[in-house]
Design a protein around this ligand. Sequence first.
Ligand code: ADP
Length: 609
Amino acid sequence: MDVVVSIAASSSSVFTASQTKLSHCFCVIRNKKTIINRKFVSDSTKDLLNRSSINHKIRAISVDEVNAVKRESLAGLVNDVDWPSPSDEIPFWKRKFHTRDVNPEIPDNIEKDSELLYVIHVTAEMAPIAKVGGLGDVVTGLARACLLRGHKVDIMLPFYECIQKDDIQELSLMSTYSSYFDGNWIQTNAYSGLVSDIPVILIEPMNQFFKGEDVYGGSYNELEAYLFFSRACLEWMQVTGTQPDIIHVHEWQTGALPLLYWDMYCYLSLQKPRIVLTIHNMEHYGECRQEQLNKCGLDGSLYATIDKAIDDRTIGHNPERLSLLKGAIVYSNSVVTVSATYLNETLCSGWLASALLTNRDKYHGILNGIDTVMWNPASDVFLPANYHAHNTDGKKVCKQYLQRGLGLAFEGRVPLVVCISRLVAQKGLHLIKHAINHIEKHGGQMIVLGKAPDGRVQEEFEALAKLHNKGSTIRILLMYSEELSHMLYAGADMVLVPSIYEPCGLAQMIGMRYGSTSTTYANTKLLYGSFQVPIVRKTGGLADTVFDMDDQSQPEVANGRTLDRAFSYYKEKPIEWAHIVQKVMQIDNSWNKTASKYIDVYNSIRVRW
Ligand code: ADP
C-alpha cells in the first residue's frame, strides 16, 4: 500500500498519521471525509497522496479552513464525551473500558537484530497486571522492545491472587511440577499466556504464597515467598529443559536466583544461561537471615562473608543477616542500574558502594525508557479523547473530564498539576505537601494520586485529603489506579516529581509523552523541575531526563521548569506554552532508544553453543 493511515482515536474525530511519510500532515477525519493540510506535506508525500488508495476524499485546504476544522473537531470531541460527575455511582476511572488491552499500534519500522537471543525475565512486577511502581513498567517496556527487535522473550512472575485473569490472553496451564521449599516439595502450576502481546509464565504454588488483595503486603512471609519463587523459576527451566541465553533478574526479590543458579542448577542440567541483574532502587536490599536462605536449599552460612552476601551495614553488626541484593551483585554476570547519574551516586554512597566498586567492570548505567505502546495518548483506551503532538485538542477534553469528574472548577485557564507516586519518603513527601498549599495559594489546581505502604503516612495524607478535598482546587486520592493515572497524565498541564532521590523515574517521561511539561519547584533552590512540563529535583534519572528551560546553555534539550516560573509562563504565554507541550510530546524517551544497550550487555556475556 502506498499510504497507510492509522486511526488512533476510537470514536473521536482526530487521528494520527502514524506512518513516517505522513507524520507531518495535519489530518482530520469526519464523516468519512479526510482533510489533509498539504502545507505541511512534502512533495513526495503529496505524490503519494495523489496516488493513494485511501477511500476518503482528499483535498488541499487553507490555514483558515484548518483552524475552522480544528474548532469544529474540538466541538465534536466535546459532544462525544460522556461527562462524569463526582456524584456518579461508579467513579469515572472504574467505568467499563471497551478493552484493557493497550490497543497497540505496534511500530513496524524497528530493525531486527542479526544475532538473536532468548531472554527470560524473572520479576516480582509486570505492568499492567501486577504493577506497583516503575519496576513493572520497565519489565514490560524492555521485553516489548526486545521482542520487536526479533528476540524471544518470556516474563516469569508469581501468579498473584490479585491478578485479574481476564487481563491475560490465551491463559493456559502449561505444566505442573514440584519445587523445593523448607524440607518439602511444593506442588506448583506454571501457566502461559499473553499480556499486551508479551509472553508470560505465571508460577502458582499450592500453598499460601502470593495470596491477598495486593501484589505486596499479603499475610505470608514475603521474603520466603520470593526465595521460593526464585528457585521455582529455575526448577521450571530445569524440568522443562528450557535454556535461555539470559536470565534477567530484578531487585532483591529475585536476588537469590543467581546464587541458586551458580551454586546448584548449573551442576544439574542448566548450563547455558548467563545472569543479568537490574537494580531499580538500592534502598531495598533483601535482608535475609541465614536460616531463611537455608529454606530454598542453599547453605546460608556459606554466604555470610564479605565477598558473598554480607554488606557493609551488617558486617560486624548483624553478620547473621545476609543481603540478597549484595549476593546477586557478586553472582550475576552483569549488573545494570537505571541511569548513569544513579550509577555514580551508588558508587559514592550506600551500603553496597564497596561491592559495586569491586564489581565496577560489570556494572552499567542504562537509562530506562517508557513503553510507548502502552503509554500513547493517540491510542490510550483509558482516555475520553485521544490526541497527538500535531493536534492536542483531545488533551483539553481530558483536562475538563478530570475537572468535572472530580468536582474541580473547569472555567478559565487554570494550570493543573498532578503528582502520581508511591507515597514514601524517597518521593519527597514534605515537598508534595508544600506544593499542595503553594498551588492552592497561587491559583492552580492539583491532583495527587498515591498510595502509602506505611499506615502513618496514609493517615497523614487522609487528614490532608479531608482538609483540601472539600474545595474546588485540590484532590488527594489515596489509592492505586492504573486507569486514573493515564487520565491524569493526559489531563495535566504539569507533572510534579519532587523526589529526594530518584534512580530513574518514569513519571516525568510519561508526563512529557502526554504533553505535560516539567518545571522546577519554586522557593526551593534544590528543585528545578517540572509541572507536566516536569517539575523535578536534580537527582538520579531526573537529572538525565529533565533539563531546565530557562538554562540557555543547552536549549536543544530543555524541557523542564520551576513551579513558579511554570505558572507565570502558563498564564502569560499561552501560545509559547502550547509549543512546549508539542515539543515535549515529541521527545523520544522510548525503549527503542536504549534497549540496544541492554542487548549489548546480553551479547557481551552470552555463551554460544
Ligand atoms: P517508582 O518505581 O519509584 O515507584 P517511577 O517513577 O519509576 O517510580 O514509576 C512509577 C510508576 O508507577 C509510574 O508508571 C506511575 O504512573 C505509577 N504509579 C505510582 N503510583 C501510582 C498510583 N497510586 N496509581 C497508579 N499508578 C501509580
